[in-house]
Structures are given as C-alpha cells and as structure tokens.
Design a binder for this molecule. Sequence first.
Ligand code: GDP
Length: 537
Amino acid sequence: MSVTADGASHGSPDTAAEARRRRTFAVISHPDAGKSTLTEALALHAAAITSAGAVHGKGERRGVTSDWMDMERARGISITSAALRIDYDDCVLNLLDTPGHADFSEDTYRVLAAVDCAIMLLDSAKGLEPQTLKLFDVCRARSVPVITFVNKWDRPGREPLELLDEIEQRIGLRPTPLNWPVGIAGDFRGLIDRSAGDTYTKMHRTPGGATRAEEQPLSHADAAETEGAVWAQSLEELELLGEIGADYDEESFLAGKSSPVLFGAALPNFGVAQLLRTLVRLAPPPSAEADEKGRPRPVDAPFSGLVFKMQANMDKAHRDRMAFVRVCSGRFERGMVLTHASTGRPFATKYSQAVFGSERQTIDTAYPGDVIALVNAHSLRVGDTLFDGPEVHFPPIPSFAPEHFAVARALDAGRYKQFRRGIEQMDAEGVVQVLTSDVRGEQAPVLAAVGPLQFDVVKHRMEQEFRAPIELAHIDYNVARRTDAASAPVLHGLSGAEVLKRRSDGELLMLVHNKWRLKVIERDHPEAVMEPLLAGG
Ligand code: GDP
C-alpha cells in the first residue's frame, strides 16, 4: 500500500490477487435442514486438507468451529456470530452466518447484502421450506448466485428428479446437477461427479461424521457389479439430464437464473469435499461494487466497506457496540482512519477485530470479501459506508417486509425521555422498524419486525441500557404493504387495516390483518397503491 501526499492510501497490486482468492458466502436454509452440521463438515474437510495431517492444526480449527456452534446453540439474545474463515486450496472462504433457526430476524436478510454467493441447503425429504423460500427471495432480488446442496441423502427422502422439478417449478431456478446420487435417499451408495468425467465415488460412513469421510473411487465396471440395479437406474437418469440440457452454465448461474446442484449428506460429511471444490471453482470472487449512482468501485481501489450488521453488548463486560463491515475494495489495515460516508466524520479503526465465534482476534489486514468487526462503533448504522481515498456511498440495504407488530409503551412514565431516546436508537440501529401515526400518538409507537426475537432484543435493551422498561402489546396484523400519500386516507379507515409512517425513511406502510383481508381491500380499491415489500409478507 502506498500513501500519497494527501494521505490517501491506495490498494497495492496484491489487493486484486487477494480478492480473487476470496469466496464470501452464506448458507440459506430452514431450521433443521443441517446448516450447523454442514458448517462443521466444511470446516472439518478444509482443516484436514490445509493442515495436511497435522493433528495439532486440525484440533485447533475444530475448536474454533465448535465455539461458534456452541454459541449458536446456546444463543442468548445478546449473542451473535459473524463470519467463519475457512482456508481451502489457496482460497479464503468466508462463511457469513445467517442467524436463522427459530429466531429469524432482519439480520438474517441483511447478511445477504454482504455475500457474493449463497448455498441453498435443502433437506432431501422436505425440499423447499418456508424460511428457505423467504431467504431465496432476497437472493433473487439481489441477483445473488445460488448453489444448491440437497442434504441428508443418507436418510429416506424424495426422488432426485422430483426435487429438481420442485426447484424449477416453484422458484423458477433452473437446476444443473454437478453430481448425481447412486441409490435412493435412505439407501445412499455413492455419487457420480458430472463435473469430473462422471467419476464414481462410493460412500463410506464415518461414525457420527466425526472424521473426514473416505472417498473411494470405483470404475464404472466395478460400480455396475457392486451396486447392481441402482447403478443402471442412475446412469439412465444421467442420460436424461444430458438430454434435457441440465448442464452447468456459468452465465445463468452468475445471473442467479440457474443453480448448480449437489447431492450429499453433511452428517457423514459425504459430498462436502465437492461442495468446497465447487465454491472454489464456481462461486464468484468479490467484484467491483456499484455505488448509489451505479458507478462501480474496483476491488483494488482504496478501501471501502459496507456495514451490514450492528451488535450491541456482545461482551457484557464492555457494553460496546460492534459494527460488522464487509470489505468491498482495497486493503484494510488496522489503525487506518476512515471516513464515515453519511456524516463525513473520521472513524478510527485502532480496535478492529476479526470475530470467530466467541473469540475475538485482532485483525491487522483484510481484503475484499473479508469481514471486520469495529468496536465502539456508536456512530455507525446498518447500511453505512466507510471509505478511504475517493468518496463512495453504497446504496442502502433495503428494509424488509415485517410480519410481527407490537405497540411499545414506557412502563415508568417518569422515564419517558429515556424511552424516546431508546426507541430512536433501536430504530437507527435497525433492531426493529419503528412506525408512528397521529392516531396512536408518539407515546405508543408501533414496532415492526420480521421475527419475534427482535422484540425480545428491544425489550431487553430498553431495560438494561436505557433503564426504560417497556411493555409490548402485540397487534393483530400480519401483512405490510407500501402505499402513498394519495392512497393513505382511503386505506386508513378500512376495517382490518391501518396506515402508519416508517420513522427511518418516511415511507407509508399499510398494515393488514392477513392476506385474505388484503385481497378484499385490493379488490375493492384497485386505484390504491399497495406494493409488496422485499421478502417476507
Ligand atoms: P440446522 O438447524 O439447520 O443448523 O440443523 P442441524 O445442523 O442442527 O441439523 C438438524 C438435525 O439433522 C440434526 O439432528 C443433525 O444431526 C441432522 N442432520 C444434519 N445433516 C444430516 C445428514 O446429512 N444426515 C442425517 N442423517 N442427519 C443429518
């Protein structure tokens, strides 16, 4: 990195090369599809390979992963996880956590603004499930390329062709299988690698998936003998795939229109090595990010980064506020003084960290695609840009369709000032969306969330941080639509509906009891504006 007379630093030539080594992705799935298991399996495979049999190294890596997982499992409301770095085959894979599970929240969606690719993880017995569909909607809206991993093939499940059909019919994503299972789900024999000249690998179970699955290549002649009828059936299916042209196509994959599909089983970690290879070979590295006006900022331009997540009080002892930043361009060096685009103020990065599970490590350098955590980030907000050198503003992260609504009231009227300040803060940080209306009055704002856990976070923080305990009364709305000033008076008086203003951006939202009521309103008022919001709803 060179520093010019005006103090601006520029990315060094190796920034572009480092960016090319990065793969930054997230796993989108429904609870129980196997996200935690797959994450462990990815780390296990990568560790086993990079440390080349060094037991010590392997042990350490597993420790890191397990910490992360323990935290996931024992998730309290003040805990988060951010990114897991996996070194594999001269690539750096950054797996960004999508806090999914039962505590689905807006954070889950926002992570998808910070990745270059997503793995859509399906349970072979269940296919596409609601949470996966919602997350997929966000990927589609942002044209994020999606790799599909059909998991739990070692258990009884559905036919592979039927699953492919479901993907194509329900979400319009053209599936292009990279491998093909031999044996039906539940009687899984092995995988044919379509991307490597149809080589066949027989599955070997490892007890509990504790160690790396052995991959045993078999010739087609041997396979025909050992696997019998199921082998012939798989070959027939493969032929069919060839005939219908279900072959990998880079252009449509990168445009988010087709999806390479892998079958496998995360628990016995079978097919996981091919998923790693697929990430390295096919997933796109970071590329020039467009600013608000659509102008691309090359990865080797001076530093720029996007705040995609804020977390308060990760560390109880410190009461800090942490911002997770995805590096978009340039080389990050700890100590750099950046500019906070929305205020123009300097932001010191002396205390930047990489966060792996509950362990915090100080990070000195980071490249496009990496995630850094900035502590004491009280002035930063989700969607903010930080930069060095020429000014850049990345477009804001969209807000998503809330499905849960509650009226907040201060329990202690004497603490109203703190109550107001706290609600303002929750809004600014994007913990929940805050809606107001003249009818309800300022003392009773409506909080809107995509997942109910967001309410718990607000309740907890209002009490702990602002000493302004609140009571939340849930209100019976399920659907939100964007409307405008002309339509608002028409819609507001209708039964089962109400129009409120979103504090953060002044948008008018119509809340409706449910989608049936919405249908009736749409029928009766075709002239009124009622636009869907992104995802959810
Ligand atoms: P998450 O909620 O998506 O993180 O799912 P988990 O990783 O916790 O997995 C949910 C359950 O499915 C656990 O009991 C796992 O052991 C099990 N599971 C995950 N992957 C597989 C697999 O490939 N085969 C089988 N048989 N079970 C699996």
